[in-house]
Write a protein that binds this ligand. Sequence first.
Ligand code: GAL
Length: 368
Amino acid sequence: MRKVLAALLASAMVFSLAACGGGDKKETEAATEAPATEAPATEAATEAAGDTEAATEAATEAAGDTQAAPAANGEGLKIGVCIYKFDDNFMTLYRQELQKYLEETYGAEVTIVDGKGDQAEQTNQIDNFISQGVDVLILNLVQASATETVAKTCADAGIPAVFINREPDAAELERWESEGVAATYVGADARQSGTFQGEIILDTANKGDINGDGKVSYIMLIGDPENVDAQYRTEFSVKALTDAGVEVEELFAQRGDWDQAKGQELTANALAQFGDQVEVVFANNDAMALGAIEAIEAEQRKMNEDIYLVGVDALDEATAAIKEGRMTGTVLNDHIGQSHTAADVAIKMANGEKVDTKYTVDYVKVTE
Ligand code: GAL
């Protein structure tokens, strides 16, 4: 089963990587097409939820499959990595895998620093890396809106930059392309994750309309309104329902900063205010969804009977909750594929190779 799963995930990733060579137009097409090509991914995901370890292993194998043999030796290369904040469940998995892969596969010298959610602090850290003369920077910016300034600082210093996780503006990516800037973005298309969340709800017995009043009444736990992942997940989860002709009603939408405790607090508030009217909880990520589970269980609501809950990331705790019937579904945010792609591209750039301006890794639906 593991081999089959690995092959399915590998083909999903090959599709994604193939789709990203030609810049933004193809990206948008790929995003629109993605739901239609989801069949193998869905099957893989269904199996994956039943076997989290196998899923992780398969993702690792799959990531390995799409990466050609390391492009060049990374021995002696100094790599600076800036993470927006260490206290983030998904980015913790990502940075640990990134470090391990860069060291074990390439023998690179990796230093990772914590931006603590403060752009000014992170800008200092970037300046420090530049004065230390690192060979390449991998950057998970606190504010995606700082991308242009940071890209210019790196270019002036002659240091290539790999931006990860928080997608820069399309105009900035076009600038890199047209001016030949040594910068690239590696991430995932958050529209796809939102669409998959909506489709998970559409796949339930009553398409999310538990009380049969002709509309799906939902609450939205937003990661961070400045973050494109949060914006797209918020928009496209609901759009999947309306595109399928389902009427929706937003009862509540508030910012939870990707954080479990805030997810709990917001859901408790929403349930206190709207009670049984709440049929669906959309959480922009699993950490907030795990908080929502606490609030839902405190109200004695019955998961998948009188309420649905979907997240994104496929954290182990979330896939375990799905298996136990305490959460409806999630969407795998492939930190292994993304971190390996970011590392491979960084090594190529540090060795002076030209790379594309954007690489994306597919999301995968995960349900019981
Ligand atoms: C998202 C992820 C969230 C959070 C965020 C940080 O892709 O789903 O859990 O880590 O990135 O920017």
